[in-house]
Ligand binder design. Structure first.
Ligand code: GLU
Length: 306
């Protein structure tokens, strides 16, 4: 696997150098603040040139999901792993990123109606979603888990029977597919934002929350009366959402990801946002190969699609 990873990175590094040589010229390593555009370096009718023309890229992220996308109450700025990745893409384009809130339920509509240029919002690659939008290659691996509040006897989804209530986000894979499979008798409380699940857990209005482990770990970091219980339920590859048919943007975003896996930038933002919360070593999505491999190989594809 390691050899495979090195090979992929070597190829990635070469292809990034080639692509940036064509696309960005001397601006290739510029990590500027958007003042230095690369407009003339992208083909005139490309998606990237249109974004450069606008001077900003609009990216939908979560605003209440530490450590992926959350509004820092002190600074009012949105921060997190997804935000840093979006900023890196904006830097490579030479434009400013504009982050707007995208909850689970409006991520795909936002891409379809042009509200956003990209979605970086803890979104799992599934074949159902891939029919409506395009995805980058996987950039993060999450696993479904169950969380409960202090004093709960629930040790996993098998304890969520008749009369129990389980919180998750509207429009998530957990609402549509996973909870009905792993806890068919529980009543799903589908909320707009994951922070609503925290309140419902704290008030005792639900017995459990089921979603990605990293979302639950971020909630536990805010309130240590929350515990993660039971086994991993899924393997969820996160992908960057791209409007359907924007193949040039998909290739560009994949080249940025390849570069970030190759030069250690991905691991730096992993350590900053995720490792510091979980204490765990990263699973490197590059090992999982391409989007096609992800769609074929991830257990989530069997569990996350309807
Ligand atoms: N990764 C899952 C999904 O995309 C759950 C997290 C979320 O709702 O953002 O549905």
């Amino acid at each position: 696997m390691r050899g495979f990873r090195r090979w992929r990175w070597a190829v990635a590094a070469l292809s990034v150098v080639a692509l940036l040589g064509v696309a960005c010229g001397d601006d290739a390593t510029d990590t500027g603040d958007g003042g230095d555009t690369a407009q003339e370096d992208f083909p005139a009718d490309s998606t990237m040139a249109k974004i450069v023309e606008k001077g900003e890229i609009v990216i939908g992220v979560k605003f209440d999901v530490p450590p992926f996308g959350f509004e820092n109450p002190q600074s009012g700025e949105v921060e997190g792993f997804d935000v840093d990745l979006g900023t890196a893409i904006a830097d490579r384009l030479g434009v400013k990123p504009k982050f707007i809130e995208a909850i689970s339920d409006n991520r795909i509509p936002f891409l379809q109606d042009g509200t956003v240029d990209l979605i970086l919002s803890t979104m799992t690659i599934t074949t159902d979603r891939d029919a409506d939008i395009d995805f980058s290659n996987p950039y993060f691996i999450a696993h479904g888990r169950t969380a409960v509040y202090e004093g709960s006897d629930v040790a996993g989804p098998e304890d969520l029977g008749q009369g129990t209530r389980t919180c998750t986000a509207l429009g998530s894979t957990y609402e549509t597919t996973i909870i009905p499979k792993v806890a068919p008798d529980t009543k799903i409380e589908a909320v707009d934002a994951y922070s609503d699940c925290v309140e419902l857990l704290q008030n005792g209005a639900v017995d459990a929350e089921i979603t990605d482990n990293i979302i639950l770990a971020g909630q536990k970091a805010q309130d240590d009366k929350i515990s993660l219980v039971g086994d991993d339920l899924t393997t969820d590859p996160y992908g960057i959402g791209i409007p359907d048919g924007e193949t040039d943007m998909q290739e560009f975003v994949n080249s940025v990801l390849d570069e970030m896996f190759g030069n250690g930038e991905w691991e730096t933002i992993y350590d900053k946002w995720v490792g510091s919360v979980t204490g765990e070593e990263p699973e490197i999505p590059a090992d999982w190969g391409s989007l096609e491999d992800a769609l074929k190989n991830y257990p989530c594809v069997e569990r996350c699609d309807g």
